[in-house]
Design a protein around this ligand. Sequence first.
Ligand code: CP3
Length: 359
Amino acid sequence: MTANAPLTNDRFLRALRREPVDCTPVWLMRQAGRYLPEYRATRSAAGSFLNMAKNPELACEVTLQPLRRFPLDAAILFSDILTVPDAMGLGLYFVEGEGPKFERPVRSAADIARLAVPDMGTELRYVTDAVSLIRRELNGSVPLIGFSGSPWTLACYMVEGGGSKDFARVKSLALNDPAAMHQLLEVTTDAVIAYLSAQRAAGAQALQVFDTWGGVLSPAMYREFSLRYLKRIAQELPRGEGADRTPLILFGKGNGAYVEELAATGTEGVGIDWTVDLGDAARRTGGKVALQGNLDPVTLYASPDAIRAEVGRALDSYREGNGGSREGHVFNLGHGMSPDMNPEHVAVLVDAVHALSRR
Ligand code: CP3
């Protein structure tokens, strides 16, 4: 095995350690995707999203595409959160215009009892192969982020069999048979920990958990069915010590009410959406964690001047809530990008983050 090149841009990792930076680092959730013509070309040559995600060379190519255009401070593995339930035997497929679906959703206690942690060296080998290849191709330019869905968010798709408007099936399971729901969340948490560990071993330099659907739960159910398992991940995921520690970021849509509790899990970073004031979140977490976020993605549809103004507002809000310092802030959107966004506006956003935060 050849050693990977040392990092030339480590702003993102420094920010997660709450160390001083020359300017605030920025990356964007869904920075690789359909808004880029070169992504659409690779995807059409591959035939489908899944063919692309399951082929390490193509996954590497689309991971690097946004970095060729914009001076982003991190790369994120091109893959999907639903690779894990797919490897658990649920049969992932995509219907054009309808999003992800499972052939064999989890509907009963018997279905749950059959689930097991997939073998990372075989069933999810295509992901760790992609991580190693991307890390090598990045050649030390910026750090590589690996990721997973949160246990609750994965359970939503596993039980619903796809996306959902009201999450009636998965919430009913949690209410009617909490023991079965916990059994599902336990095995999924074991799988998430194994998956993130395998990505780290393959070369991922930071790890993010997407709790996209935690915010649809009542506070009591959030604490019981989502937060509890996020905490288990933060506590049990092995990630090294000191400057070599691989930081973990817990991102959640609609998690604004819980930032103190998330900061207390032992994670290094918390990702928040745009419904929370960054300065308030910084005050409430008191320097315990780094914060990531939180521009409303819809801002990218606005004019360049409006984008710059909103970037400035978010940077200022963080600094004001963080005792006058920019340390510990990773700039991002509050959720992922959409296919009809204008790449030129992304360039405006990334440049504004760097220019407006530079010391
Ligand atoms: O951020 C990145 O650039 C990395 C790539 C990434 C994808 N999915 C690629 C993708 C990441 C981090 C994800 C995570 C993911 N996948 C989440 C959590 C993040 C979030 O948005 O909250 C969720 C809920 C999923 C499940 C999923 N996969 C959905 C809802 C969809 C969209 C379906 C659609 O048609 O819009 C996918 C497919 C998917 N994953 C696409 C991409 C770029 C679009 C696929 C395509 O090209 O058709």
